[in-house]
Design a protein around this ligand. Sequence first.
Ligand SMILES: [Zn+2]
Length: 452
Amino acid sequence: MSGSAAIQFTKVSIDMLILLLLTALLQAQNYEYDLLLKGGHVIDMASNRNGVMDVAVADGKIAAVAANIPAGDAFKVVNVAGYYVTPGLIDIHAHVVGGRAERPSYPADLNFSSGLTTIVDAGTHGADNFANFRKNVVNHSKIRVLGMVNIVRAGMGGDREQDPKLMDAKLCAETINANRDIAVGVKTAHYWTGQPWDKEHPPWAAVDGAVQCGKLANVPVMVDFWPRDGRTYDDLILKHMRPGDIHTHVFAQQFPLLDAQGKVQKYMHEARKRGIIFDVGHGAGSFWWRQAVPVMQQGFWPDSISTDLHSANWNGPVVNMITTMSKFLAMGMPMHEVIRRSTVNPAREIKRPELGTLTVGREADIAVLEVLKGKFGYSDCGRAKFVGDSKIEARVTLKAGRIVHDPTGVTMYSYDKAPPSYYKTPKLQGVEPGAIAEPDLPSRKAAASTRK
Ligand SMILES: [Zn+2]
């Protein structure tokens, strides 16, 4: 080997070495995941997971759920030990727009503060104004907003709901068919609860009309009901509703849930066996401890937990979804059963099984929850209270991988350990990048591009 050949060989080797080193360095920066939630107690009842596990997110999707995912694989790692990690919660009975009596309501995105990532507006709108719902609410919300179409074409509200001529099953089904991406059911409520029956107002007009629409559009019906002579509760759940239809407000005062001996009525069990869904739908008037406690104690638990939240009950007694869920934990329902009833069950009830689960490949809608132990009072609709020993707090909510709620800073660094960019004040407002150093959407790709 000549001298120059030896030098040549050495140079090639050094080049190779540098290339190898660079590749290794690049791979280290090439994170597999954007975000890793580490060490939390995962509850995902759709896949029967209930234990300590890590959850990794990439490109807004669930990328992995497993024990001990290496921290080095993720651009951002959040320690969630001591917290529960669950699918983003689902509330199938809410009212996010002024409906009844045109009362003002609240922004749908406020629900992120309860760990919710999907809400269903339960029939505030009918065929005549469902387009407004899409335009004014769905399109302006970051949270996933779905809707049920009221059997009353003019939607919810006082006199309108009393006129069977406004209940058009065919038009209702056409509206659902034209809005399949957001319309998940039919709603009936508040029909003829006080006046005597007459020719214009037959007892079952609203329920039967809604079921007719449900059949035509092949969607479930959610029923808000007041039993009375000529229209009994057992006839509702045994004869008029179909399997898969949802009785909301199950713990309202007007339902004869218990027999004279205080036992859960046989027809409740029969109805459940034939597939009737029992939903909470707390609301301003539909959750009473005197109904819920004895029924729960006998092991007859609702299938789904929902709020019926609107502007007249979010200062109480409902407050929000997480408070409603806490009431069931306080009554003795185990945490994983509370989560089942606020994730996978409601998802199945509205035939959206892709929601309410942490299955790999699904949108990264995630709630990080904490259960506090102590003494906590909870109110019902009769201004009575129940004192329990536990309370659920929503700590972090992720919608499609984006951190949309984190009031206590679980995902954040301590201000005194923040990177220099946090301490840099721009000279001009809005012209230079501001002081926020940490984006709400952790992204390994964005991080790689800023490194160039
Ligand atoms: Zn309602």
